[in-house]
Design a protein around this ligand. Structure first.
Ligand code: FAD
Length: 492
């Protein structure tokens, strides 16, 4: 009996639960990935993500070959193509891993209906989260809306599941890749694919025509192998300043490579969250101090933030549409498109903001601390609807992910599930605290290298020193007062 395994955001062979379930049922498994024009041609599809996807797919296709079978890459609507492919291959079962996004869930329902109408079985279970959304509920039986209690029950659940070992017993141990798969014979395979819109990454180099020039600057490396190497280097305990053991406080210094750079790997599933968790557990004996042990926990908390936002989107899909707190729907935004443009292109005249936006524009990635600073600035200083910023991030981020991005923006805007009613970051204070030597600012704004650190941080640069760099768009104090006055009108 042949099975078809549909890859989506799980571009790896190892510890892929859906694929492992297929391979446990039969070695006769064929893989498929569908390039969906609805996703690829959406204006929110960042060139950096296309690059990461196309490179990861190319490697995945080779991995399938080495495992003994084939990964077919098609272009079109999955609900139309998957039934045709399954019929051509004579596949009795089609398996995949579940998603939390409203678009993906609706698509999956359409695909499942079409396959079942043809008499094929569908197998879909969770893989992209350590803890399935349904597994954790509050005492009252509701989904979590607050991170603190979610984290505590998430950790308890993960620790208990880890103790049980393998997936078969409900545990979290990473699964090995399938190795002895059986392919269709070449003539049969060619016949099955004959009239399908096939895209073969091996045949056509650069098949996604991504046009992304920032690969060298981006900390996220595509492909399953690179993800494993990055994870191992981060967790090995050798390079303390840029490793898991030095994560706290290193994670907050954007001028140092103090975080894992694994966000795109986790988004596209070249790495599984269980592999990330397991590596953190293996690093525990390397910790020599309370600080180092605490660093590991802080990183685990980040993995839990990822899952918190995913389960929130799963239960509250309306998050994707607008503010979680209803009073924010009435907020009287200025929405000055000139200011928004200046923010997006890194031309606000506030160095920490412009450096961060240039990092995003040039490398496809931005440090978390800076994401929080620029998001607060757009919303609270430029008084611009956070959804504009959310879309601008999606259009450029290599790790752009609806749940995490929406969660981050709603947190920064104060419109989300964060219990604190209002947060306003002072960009100069943030720069002084987290980029005290101006290292990060000088890296991304080389034209300001000559400026004194104090002025880089405050943004008060003498006109003669600017040499073409713009004067500040706004004054933080003035805008903060305006924002608070507007906020008073919706506070109710
Ligand atoms: P590390 O610090 O090494 O953390 C490990 C992993 O934990 C990350 O790879 C990521 O998967 C997860 N993680 C860490 N912090 C968060 C967080 N706050 N929320 C959710 N997951 C987290 N992250 C995305 O993956 N995609 C996005 O589109 C995205 N948009 C964001 C937008 C805003 C406004 C903000 C404030 C944050 C956003 N984040 C997003 C979260 C965070 O900034 C990135 O995950 C992080 O910078 C990635 O770097 P890293 O892999 O080195 O992270």
């Amino acid at each position: 009996e042949r099975w078809l395994f549909w890859h989506r955001r799980d571009l790896r062979l190892a510890d892929n639960r859906g694929l492992a379930a297929a391979a446990a049922a039969t070695p006769a498994v064929t893989g498929v990935f569908v390039l969906d024009p609805a996703i690829l041609s959406d204006p929110s599809m960042a060139p950096a993500r296309l690059w990461f996807l196309s490179e990861s797919l190319r490697e995945l296709q080779q991995a399938w070959q080495q495992a003994g079978s084939t990964l077919v890459v098609l272009r079109g609507d999955p609900a139309e193509l998957l039934p045709r492919l399954a019929a051509g291959l004579g596949a009795a079962v089609v398996a995949w891993n579940r998603d939390v996004e409203p678009f993906g869930r609706e698509r999956d329902r359409r695909v499942a209906r079409a396959l079942q109408a043809d008499g094929r079985k569908v197998l879909a279970d969770w893989d992209q989260l350590l803890v399935a959304p349904e597994a954790l509920k509050t005492g009252a039986g509701d989904p979590y809306r607050v991170y603190g209690p979610y984290w505590r029950s998430w950790r308890r659940w993960v620790e208990e599941a880890s103790a049980t070992g393998t997936a078969a017993s409900g545990g979290l141990d990473p699964l090995p890749p399938p190795s002895a798969l059986i392919d269709l014979d070449p003539a049969q395979l060619a016949g099955a694919l004959a009239d399908l819109p096939l895209t073969n990454p091996e045949l056509k180099h650069g098949f996604l025509e991504h046009g992304f020039g920032g690969a060298e600057l981006c900390p996220c490396r595509p492909g399953e192998k690179a993800a494993q190497e990055q994870l191992a280097a981060f967790c090995d305990g050798d390079s303390r300043s840029i490793s898991l053991l030095g994560y706290e406080p290193g994670r907050n210094i954007p001028g140092e490579a103090g975080t894992s750079g694994l966000s795109a790997a986790l988004k596209f599933g070249t790495l599984s969250p269980r592999q990330a968790w397991a590596a953190a557990q293996q690093a525990r004996p390397l910790a020599r101090s309370e600080e180092e042990r605490y660093s590991i926990q802080v990183w685990e908390q980040e993995l839990a933030w990822r899952e918190f936002y995913q389960q929130a989107l799963f239960y509250f899909p309306e998050l994707a549409e607008g503010p979680y707190r209803p009073q924010w729907r009435a907020f009287p935004w200025d929405n000055d498109s000139g200011w928004f443009e200046a923010w997006r292109e890194g031309l606000t005249g506030m160095p920490i903001i412009d450096a961060a936006m240039r990092q995003l524009n040039e490398s496809g990635w931005m440090h978390n601390r800076c994401r929080m600073i620029v998001a607060s600035f757009l919303v609270k200083d430029l008084i611009c609807d956070w959804r504009w910023g959310e879309a601008a991030f999606m259009a450029r981020l290599v790790d752009g992910d609806l749940a995490a991005n929406n969660g981050g923006w709603q947190w920064s805007a104060s419109s989300g599930m964060d219990p604190k009613p209002l947060r306003i970051f002072n960009p100069a204070t943030q720069a002084g605290k987290f980029d005290p030597e101006g290292t990060y600012i000088r890296t991304w704004l080389p034209e300001l290298r000559h400026v004194a650190t104090r002025d880089l941080i405050s943004g008060e640069i003498a006109p003669l020193e600017r040499r073409g760099y713009p004067a500040p768009l706004v004054n933080h104090k003035v805008q903060q007062a305006r924002f608070k006055a507007l906020y008073a009108t919706i506070k109710g």
